[in-house]
Design a protein around this ligand. Structure first.
Ligand code: CA
Length: 241
């Protein structure tokens, strides 16, 4: 999951970046409203944390412009101004949630998880797919109750697919959501990570959809394109061989 933080206070910016990175998110940071607006308008984010009091363009205007140009990602507004009128303006501009400074990092992370779940139509913090269970609070994954040890990138990949369960996700889309803006992206590496992830999970939940990408679903629901994951030979995804 890739998160945009628009915040001009350097200390808070650092704190947010660290907390979010530690929690397994990919984070881009903008220090003023114009930069924030531009990033949110051009890059695909899974959620945005947006300060209201910003240089160059205030947060409410940033949000209004995004919504006007049909950018629908969940937005959590963060501000020192705990006045009811600011909250109303924020929600009316298209905010999904609100947190007043100072705040507890744990609460921010919990609200962010809730926003991401809601956007994905998931009701609880545990995502279950067949015998696999993903605890999005602790970033822990089990298969048949046994813990699976994943690297942070592997977890990010799995969590992204899980939040788009049942939908085909292209390699390009995955690459865009797994790395921040400064990363030298190469969609071929996604294949390698998918291969490793499949091996570690040992259960057929990541289905290859030939020529299109991947779909996470219950084992057996992969359709004709993914019946041969176990062998790997008949698949377009050779990274697992
Ligand atoms: Ca500010």
């Amino acid at each position: 999951m890739r998160i945009l933080v628009v915040e001009d206070e350097k200390d808070l910016q650092r704190l947010l970046k660290k907390a979010l990175t530690d929690a397994g998110y990919v984070v881009d940071v903008a220090s003023d409203g114009e930069e924030g607006h531009h990033l949110g308008d051009t890059e695909p984010y899974d959620a945005v944390i947006l300060d209201l009091g910003l240089p160059k363009m205030d947060g409410v205007t940033v949000l209004e412009r995004w919504r006007k140009s049909k950018r629908t990602m969940p937005v959590l507004i963060l501000t020192a101004r705990d006045r009811w009128s600011d909250k109303v303006a924020g929600f009316d501009a298209g905010a999904d949630d609100y947190l007043a400074k100072p705040f507890y990092t744990e609460e921010l992370l919990a609200r962010l998880r809730a926003l991401l779940r809601r956007a994905a139509g998931i009701a609880t913090a545990d995502i279950e797919i067949g015998p696999m269970r993903i605890d999005t609070r602790s970033s822990r994954v089990t298969v048949d109750g046994n813990p699976v040890k994943l690297t942070s990138l592997e977890y990010r990949l799995l969590a992204y697919l899980a939040h788009h369960k049942g939908r085909v996700v292209s390699r390009t889309e995955l690459t865009e959501h797994l790395y921040d803006q400064d990363f030298d992206r190469d969609s071929n590496t996604v294949e390698v990570f998918v291969g490793r992830l499949r091996k570690k999970l040992g259960v057929d939940v990541i289905h290859t959809v030939r020529g299109l990408g991947y779909r996470l679903d219950t084992p057996g629901l992969g359709g004709h394109d993914s019946e041969h994951h176990g062998t790997g030979h008949h698949d377009t995804d050779h990274a697992e061989d």
